[in-house]
Design a protein around this ligand. Structure first.
Ligand SMILES: [Zn+2]
Length: 59
């Protein structure tokens, strides 16, 4: 698990990446932890913390 400050930073990167890619930012409830916030909606709707955890687990 990553700390809140890191999650906030990652959320900022996701937001920036989406803006550059022209994707619509998604905010809502995370499929994984149920928390609300900025979501990476590529395959699942994941908050920054769960997205990072998934990336770490997948590698
Ligand atoms: Zn989550």
């Amino acid at each position: 698990m990553i700390d809140k400050e890191s999650a906030r930073a990652v959320a900022g990167w996701l937001r920036l990446a989406d803006r550059i890619a022209g994707r619509t930012p998604v905010e809502g409830r995370c499929d994984c932890c149920g928390g609300t916030g900025y979501l990476n909606a590529d395959k699942q709707r994941l908050c920054a913390a769960c997205y990072l955890d998934g990336e770490t687990a997948a590698s």
